[in-house]
Design a protein around this ligand. Structure first.
Ligand SMILES: NC(=O)c1ccc[n+]([C@@H]2O[C@H](COP(=O)([O-])OP(=O)(O)OC[C@H]3O[C@@H](n4cnc5c(N)ncnc54)[C@H](OP(=O)(O)O)[C@@H]3O)[C@@H](O)[C@H]2O)c1
Length: 359
């Protein structure tokens, strides 16, 4: 089968396409998935470049792709899935979905709603599960809360906006670049702040009253100690600052080193001790895809992860990484793995999208 690999850390050009990779042999508890699409997440780029090697162990050749959408090729007899089922899910942190077939554990897989196009399904797991953890499990968002989302146009940030607004009934403000303003408004952000402006002045310009810029929950999909410091004055006492990234910003080529970890501790600890606000860090769990509340938002398309319009395939995996590293893609970067497009166009999906079949 064909699969994307890297044999060393480095720039996107270290990624090569192998065409003679043996098919994965699923373990007794594993399903074999024929992959339709996978994604490139910022985490993939951080792993490929070696920026995470202090905190994550990798072996070479390095496999890529943590999200997948595809069809069950085989399943253990005890599985709730059977050959031919349309599914999606996530294999992080072991990855391997940048290949025509991947072996996955049952807990990493859920049934793909027929309302979800293949590429959107692949784009969904990491972004939606991280956002759900951030907004609901860790952020404890409830109706009427005032929420600020940093990075509201990105994969994780836009999912946070939609869950906070449509799932929890919060009032949501968000930061983005000027080209994404319209998109961010369309998903429910009532005040869009240009992230190139200093936060305090952007907030002051957008506010009608001082209460407008007093947030119960700040969700951070951008990261950086400076952003945390700039945001703190606008977080209510007892409020939560929930970060998907931590003190090292995602929009740079920052490597996690002993020095950055020590600096983070040095700057964060005093603020944590004296601010009377919570600072919480996220990690996601793909099992959340099966949680009824999140599943309903995805199935009804009230939560829809945007897919970058540029098309990538296994042969152009390196270009997909290069685009992700710009940190200004227009949605999640999806890599189409299958070559046989016609076989994947489900007639059921076409009918549902036309409104002629029940959801
Ligand atoms: N903790 C976890 O479990 C977890 C899980 C998933 C992701 N993450 C991390 O979360 C971060 C975001 O991930 P993602 O998938 O959402 O990335 P993404 O989709 O690649 O994010 C791209 C977005 O970031 C925005 N952006 C770039 N610089 C910005 C800035 N200075 N201020 C505000 N927005 C800025 C861009 O906005 P414009 O184009 O509008 O400028 C773009 O829309 C990454 O660092 C990722 O590694 C963590």
């Amino acid at each position: 089968m064909r699969a994307a690999f890297a044999h060393s850390y480095g720039a996107p050009s270290v990624i090569t396409l192998a065409t003679d990779v043996p098919m994965p042999i699923p373990g007794p508890e594993q399903l074999l998935i024929r992959v339709h699409s996978t994604t490139v997440n910022p985490a993939d780029c951080k792993q490929r470049s070696g920026n995470l090697k202090l905190v994550m162990k990798h072996s070479f050749p390095l496999a890529f792709g943590q999200d997948f959408a595809g069809i069950v090729e085989s399943a253990p007899p005890t599985s709730q899935f059977k050959r031919g089922d349309e599914v999606y899910g996530c294999t992080a942190p072991r990855n391997g979905c940048g290949a025509e077939y991947v072996a996955v554990y049952e807990r990493e897989v859920v049934r793909k709603p027929v309302t979800l196009a293949w590429d959107v399904a692949a784009a969904t797991p990491t972004a939606a599960c991280t956002a759900y953890r951030g907004v609901v499990t860790v952020g404890k968002a409830t109706e009427g809360m005032r929420v600020l989302v940093h990075g509201a146009s990105g994969g994780v940030g836009s999912a946070m906006v939609q869950i906070a607004r449509r799932g929890c009934g919060c009032t949501v403000w968000g930061t983005s670049g000027p080209t994404n303003r319209q998109y961010v408004e369309s998903i429910g952000v009532v005040a869009v702040l240009d992230h190139s402006q200093p936060l305090a002045s952007a907030l002051a310009t957008a506010a009608n009253t001082p209460a407008d810029i007093h947030f119960d929950l700040i969700l951070d999909a951008v990261g950086g100690d400076d952003l945390y410091a700039a945001s703190l004055p606008f977080l209510a006492k007892g409020g939560r600052y929930v970060s998907a990234v931590g003190p090292v910003r995602h929009g740079g080529s920052d490597r996690i080193t002993v020095g950055t970890l020590l600096y983070s501790a040095y700057t964060l600890v005093p603020r944590l001790l004296f601010s009377r606000r919570y600072l919480l860090f996220l990690s996601f769990d793909v099992a959340d895809l099966g949680v009824a509340e999140l599943r309903e938002l995805i199935t009804s398309r009230e939560l829809e992860v945007r897919v970058d319009p540029e098309r990538f395939e296994l042969a152009t995996f390196a270009n997909a990484h290069a685009k992700c590293e710009t940190h200004h893609s227009c949605g999640r970067i999806v890599v189409r793995v299958t070559a046989e497009e016609a076989a994947w166009n489900s007639p059921v999906l076409a009918e549902v999208l036309r409104g002629t079949a029940p959801m």
